[in-house]
Write a protein that binds this ligand. Structure first.
Ligand code: NCD
Ligand code: ZN
Ligand code: ZN
Length: 363
């Protein structure tokens, strides 16, 4: 069985600033035409760094452009035809001039974390409804930048953190109706309902492959599985079902963002492990399997290849990829085998998958 679709885009990727970039980029760049380059990096020696924390995330347009150049150099070296979509990280020190500069530099989105909810969110904002943040949202709206949000409230019981933050997202959408806002990596039926009820084409949500496939049981039942641990944490079976129904519905407001988030093995297999699932090597095979199971293979193209770029107002990719139903086994780890502690363990490591992308061998 074969499925040919327009070359897909991944609207939520973590490629990192350090050596992990070299290890992980190809898994996205060989399959996807573009990837939204999430800026929660630790840039060493950044001028915003302090003596105690001598780094900062991609807060300035020039940081994002520098990362783009790093990606482009790797793509040139390997002959990959891939383009990052730029995104700046919004902090409480960001001003409207920085947003304007980002728009001028061709950056498409601004990422907001509530402070302290996820990897490198310590620079995030304490109150996305504050007057200061609203000034930034207004600038994003004026310059046509997309407001991309990690919608979870810090300090709230973890299974309720997304639901409790939905009202904040909703308030932003209602205050800035012309601003395009994305609620990233949704994990609950409540988030699906909210997006549907808002009834505006200016709101969308990304959905990850792992939130389509798993529930909290896959992290905690019968042993702890740190490689399945991510934010927002996987939820209940009925939440997963709602995400699947949204993804396969053909509703253009739900599109693919893998949230591929590589961490070195020793930082995942630890007494206090990092959040993030490195799903890039299996992203399209997982989507194909889920859509096939639900008899919706004809809608993969919308989910992964058309709804995202249409929302972002980007031209659709020109080429195609073909998914073939031919089993393969996911590698146990990627990276330098001489340093196993630094290797990156992919999602579904060691498992056999039914689908693969033709001409791209990740086994
Ligand atoms: C992401 C990461 O590791 O950068 N982790 C995650 O669990 N999703 C950050 C994020 O997307 O919140
Ligand atoms: Zn996030
Ligand atoms: Zn993410």
């Amino acid at each position: 069985m074969n499925l040919t679709i327009r070359r897909p885009d991944d609207m939520h990727c973590h490629f990192r600033w350090d050596d992990r970039l070299k290890t992980v980029l190809g898994f996205t760049a060989r399959v996807f035409g573009r990837g939204l380059d999430m800026p929660n990096w630790k840039i060493p020696g950044h001028p915003w760094g302090t003596e105690k924390s001598p780094w900062a995330p991609g807060v300035r347009a020039q940081d994002v452009l520098e990362h783009r150049a790093m990606i482009q150099a790797l793509c040139e070296e390997h002959g990959w035809d891939f383009e990052p979509i730029g995104c700046i990280y919004i902090t409480e020190e960001t001003d409207t001039a920085m947003i304007e500069e980002a728009a001028r530099a061709g950056i498409k989105a601004c990422k907001t974390f509530f402070r302290g909810v996820s990897t490198n969110s310590g620079w995030g904002v304490r109150d996305p409804l504050s007057v200061g943040h609203q000034r930034l949202l207004s600038a994003m709206q004026a310059h046509g930048l997309v407001n991309s949000m990690h919608v979870e409230k810090p300090g709230v019981f973890i299974l309720d953190a997304e639901r409790e933050a939905l009202s904040v997202f909703e308030r932003i959408v209602k205050t800035f109706p012309a601003l395009r806002s994305v609620i990233e990596h949704i994990s609950t039926a409540d988030a699906v309902r909210m997006v549907m009820n808002l009834e505006t084409p200016n709101v969308a949500a990304t959905i990850t492959p792992h939130h389509l496939l798993m529930t909290l049981d896959d992290v905690l039942s019968g042993g702890i599985r740190p490689h399945n641990y991510c934010m927002p944490v996987l939820k209940r079976p009925e939440d997963r079902e709602a995400l699947i129904q949204a993804a396969i519905s053909g509703d253009r407001r739900f599109f693919f963002g893998s949230d591929t988030a590589p961490h070195e093995r020793h930082t995942k297999e630890s007494s206090c492990g990092c959040a993030g699932v490195f799903c890039a090597p299996v992203a399209m095979p997982v989507v194909a399997a889920v859509f096939e199971h639900y008899g919706a293979l004809d809608r993969v193209n919308w989910f992964t290849s058309e709804s995202g770029p249409e929302f972002y107002d980007l031209p659709l990719n020109e080429g195609t990829i073909t998914l073939v139903k031919r089993p393969w086994r996911v590698r146990a780890s990627y990276g330098d085998p001489e340093h196993p502690e630094k290797c990156i363990i992919p999602y579904l490591a060691g498992e056999e998958l039914a689908w693969q992308v033709e001409g791209v061998d990740f086994s």
